[in-house]
Design a protein around this ligand. Sequence first.
Ligand SMILES: NC(=O)c1ccc[n+]([C@@H]2O[C@H](COP(=O)([O-])OP(=O)(O)OC[C@H]3O[C@@H](n4cnc5c(N)ncnc54)[C@H](OP(=O)(O)O)[C@@H]3O)[C@@H](O)[C@H]2O)c1
Length: 285
Amino acid sequence: MPLFPALRCPTVQLSNGLEIPILGLGTSHHGGYSHDAIVYALTECGIRHLDTAKRYGCEEKLGKAIKESGLQQSELWLSNKLWPGDYGYKAAQKACLDSCTAMGVEYFDLYLMHWPESLKPGCSNREIRAETWKALEDLYKKGICRAIGVSNFLVHHLEQLKEDCSVVPHVNQVEYHPFQQPKHLMEYCRKNGIVFEGYSPLAKGQVLNDPVVQQIAKKHGRTTAQICLRWSIQNGVVTIPKSIKKNRIQENCQVFGFQLDEKDMVALGNLHDGRHVSWDPTNVD
Ligand SMILES: NC(=O)c1ccc[n+]([C@@H]2O[C@H](COP(=O)([O-])OP(=O)(O)OC[C@H]3O[C@@H](n4cnc5c(N)ncnc54)[C@H](OP(=O)(O)O)[C@@H]3O)[C@@H](O)[C@H]2O)c1
């Protein structure tokens, strides 16, 4: 894998040739926001990939932190997401441009439809997804989004999109940690050239006290968080842990100097119990 500068973070290639850093920093609204932690992640830890969403309510703040870091946009990978309240062709285009303005940027490296369900009455989810996706395709063609994707989409949502639209999503961002391993979906994404990105990689902290993870952490002289992140990375999954604490952000970046062995990977692979710590799109038609 090629190396992304700064953290010497490996990248994963999208079907259009772009390289997404395999480790990024999450910024969701759960658990608060810290300006100093974001600036620290960028200037001291070498983080170059930030994941956000209009829904998280921190676009302006992130724009301020990026400015303070002194980094140019070209040195960063910025992912943002379109909330279902903004689905539909015109609304989606406007929301994307408004998000760019809020963050003080000209473009996003990756722009995702956040959730497969529409909040708009009178149209089927499938119709709204297709109409919205066409807006993203046009934003992609104009270069306002360098890559476009979806989040929380299951195989049936992706199959419908393939029938209705022309650009196959570059990325699908889905919940992924040792307790939640959607192997069938991952295999579908691999076969269709869709990069699989995992969110809530620490299961919002739930996985950190698991005895199997603790034992592997002890064996490698690492923390349980580092074991989970390393496991995602060794599975080729783009991972975006969130912390608002500087020492934890630093800790979460120290995941490239060691290797889990086959036994560790199997033991972690066996922890799947199907639980969701975020939301579950199973019943979205
Ligand atoms: N597309 C979607 O629908 C979707 C849904 C959920 C999340 N996401 C994205 O994925 C990102 C990460 O997911 P997440 O925030 O749900 O969960 P997560 O990254 O699995 O866990 C975050 C929690 O773990 C704690 N933590 C982080 N590093 C730690 C460490 N080294 N040791 C101990 N505790 C640690 C954090 O607390 P402190 O802050 O106190 O350190 C926070 O409470 C989000 O921020 C967001 O960008 C996307």
